[in-house]
Design a protein around this ligand. Structure first.
Ligand SMILES: CC(C)(COP(=O)(O)OP(=O)(O)OC[C@H]1O[C@@H](n2cnc3c(N)ncnc32)[C@H](O)[C@@H]1OP(=O)(O)O)[C@@H](O)C(=O)NCCC(=O)NCCSC(=O)C[C@@](O)(CC(=O)O)C(=O)O
Ligand SMILES: [Mg+2]
Length: 277
């Protein structure tokens, strides 16, 4: 039921999970359901990106999952537990073959790599840079913390990995997504974490429940005064460009490139999420 109704919650993206949320006994039937769901026009009609989290290619399920996802018309594949760029090269090789067989443009299926181990964190830059298909990398906290022999605490246990993954994304020019927050009833704790990762520079967060979507979008939406000021900055910059001015000022304050770029980013978030309520 969730597969065919998730669009009503207006996420930016839905991810159909074939990995750890599916028991071994149900891998084949889940894959078939996902394949059928991918062919429903509804997600495209609502402009929602569709991702499938496949099983690792090291398992007996991974390649079958990839075949079903690409034949079904998925936008992107999330590769769990990515440890090295070689795993992405292997994924790409299979993707290219399947896209040709399915009559899809080669390169049209994008990749999100999930980093879930210490070795993945250490290799994050080369993973992020490994393919033009790569649109984002994501930190997956639960498996990572098991690998680190610790557990979720005040956030300090994740600080290094979050920074490493974020820097890798920025080096590669792709998006970075933060870990899931598993207590869906703790909205205050969720929002505290969202403020923190937004402050670091993350582009967003993987979610596990529809109740987390609106609070996340709202936290990322700029305030009305931020939007108003950003529009003034961009207008002043465009006016200055037309007049060929080297230095631009707004209300007596110098406006330089970082301020203009920040204003454009705020306007693009406003266009995506509206104004913070
Ligand atoms: C958490 C909970 C049990 C709460 O149940 P609750 O019953 O309290 O939910 P309610 O809020 O009451 O549901 C109200 C309505 O929303 C519907 N609804 C709920 N959830 C929905 C959803 N996800 N999608 C669409 N629809 C949904 C529901 O069907 C109902 O619909 P209706 O009956 O029509 O009213 C439930 O959400 C859930 O199962 N979530 C998915 C968990 C999941 O995906 N785990 C795998 C990914 S993490 C991982 O693997 C770790 C990782 O790998 C991470 C990484 O890689 O990043 C690492 O290592 O860290
Ligand atoms: Mg995991």
């Amino acid at each position: 039921a969730m597969l065919s109704t998730a669009f009503v919650y207006r996420p930016d993206s839905v991810m159909f999970d074939l990995e750890d949320a599916v028991s071994i006994r149900e891998k084949d039937s889940a894959r078939l359901l996902v394949y059928q769901t991918l062919q429903l026009p509804i997600y495209r009609e609502f402009g929602i990106e569709v991702i499938v989290r496949i099983n690792s290619l090291k398992t007996e399920f991974g390649l079958k999952d990839l075949e079903a996802a690409i034949w079904g018309g998925v936008d992107a594949v999330r590769l769990p537990k990515t440890d090295t760029p070689d795993e992405i090269y292997e994924l790409e090789k299979h993707m290219e073959r399947i896209e040709k067989e399915a009559g899809r443009p080669v390169g049209s299926t994008k990749i999100v790599a999930a980093i879930e181990s210490a070795v993945g964190v250490i290799n994050a830059v080369s993973i992020a840079q490994s393919s033009p298909r790569m649109i984002a990398i994501a930190i997956a906290a639960f498996d990572y913390l098991v690998d680190m022999q610790t557990q979720r605490g005040d956030g300090s246990e994740l600080f290094y990995a979050r920074c490493a993954v974020l820097h890798a994304a920025r080096v590669a020019g792709i998006d970075a997504f933060d870990a899931v927050y598993s207590d869906v009833n703790d909205e205050a704790g969720f929002l505290k974490e969202v403020e923190f990762i937004k402050g670091l520079g993350y582009n967003g967060k993987s979610l596990i429940n529809p109740r987390q979507i609106l609070p996340l979008h709202n936290a990322y939406a700029p305030t009305q005064s931020e939007v108003d000021y950003s529009k003034q900055v961009v207008a002043a910059a465009e006016d200055g460009e037309k007049k060929g001015l080297g230095v631009i000022s707004l209300n007596g304050k110098m406006i330089d490139n970082p301020i203009i770029n920040n204003a454009r980013r705020i306007i693009s978030r406003y266009e995506a999420s509206g104004v913070r309520q």
